[in-house]
Ligand binder design. Structure first.
Ligand code: PEP
Length: 237
């Protein structure tokens, strides 16, 4: 299983990182997406702990005259191995259009950074039975446009927007259906079966249940990754 923590805009303290260095990964993969200012600061700690470091975003800009942007080269230079792309909080608030998401994926993958592409439907689309249609659009736009990239470095995180930070989760049946659908789309358009993670209100108390979902290759974890004991319980569940 692959567990990816998304630290969002919180400050990762030295205490937190020290505790994290002692986490028992139980032989699983643990990745952590830190805010940009803390990447260099904690790169060595995470490396020592065997935790893969990544970013929460990457620029789509190609010219160096792009004030305030952070490129894939910069992320690699400070020790990142991956970046999230298209998190719903960025799609919603930061003008992250389909075109921009494709550009980000293309550039990051071309430079050798792993990409974790976040997809997921809104509550309205979920309630109207439009989940498949929304996911198909989100994935088709990216997978049919990317060129000459290594799909081994590409992971999809299914995150229903209505489940993020709300304490709500889909049923196991619903997750299994969606994950199967996503995998079939990746086979069709990327010609390979990509890893698919689930994200949204995963906690210690529902980890065992969510881990029972067939076909899920791991989890993207927001709130619960910020407490090491909770993260530890999730990994052990
Ligand atoms: C997320 O924002 O990617 C996420 C999964 O958040 P949470 O676990 O807090 O729902």
């Amino acid at each position: 299983m692959l567990y990816i923590g998304n630290f969002k805009m919180d400050i990762p303290t030295e205490n937190y990182i020290a505790e994290l260095e002692n986490i028992d990964k139980c032989g699983e993969e643990l990745w952590l997406a830190l805010p940009y200012p803390y990447l260099s600061k904690y790169a060595q700690n995470l490396e020592r702990a065997g935790i893969v470091m990544g970013a929460q975003n990457v620029t789509s800009a190609v010219v160096k005259e792009s004030t305030g942007e952070v490129s894939a080269e910069m992320l690699l230079d400070v020790g990142c191995a991956f970046t999230l792309v298209g998190h719903s909080e960025r799609r919603k608030d930061k003008g992250e259009t389909y075109g921009r998401i494709v550009e980000k994926c293309q550039q990051a993958l071309a430079k050798g950074l792993n990409v974790v592409l976040c997809v997921g439907e809104s509550r309205e689309d979920y309630e109207n039975g439009n989940t498949s249609r929304v996911l198909e659009k989100q994935l088709r736009e990216v997978l049919t446009t990317l060129k000459e990239i290594n799909y081994n470095n590409f992971i999809i995180a299914y995150e229903p927007i209505w489940a993020i930070g709300t304490g709500l989760i889909p049923s196991i049946d619903e997750i299994e259906v969606v994950v199967r659908h996503i995998k079939s789309m990746t086979e069709k358009w990327a010609k390979s079966e990509l890893r698919v993670l689930y994200g949204g209100s995963l906690k210690a108390n529902n980890a065992k249940l969510l881990k029972s979902a067939d076909g899920v290759d791991g989890f993207l974890i927001g709130g619960a990754c910020k407490k090491v004991d909770e993260l530890q319980k999730i990994i052990k569940a």
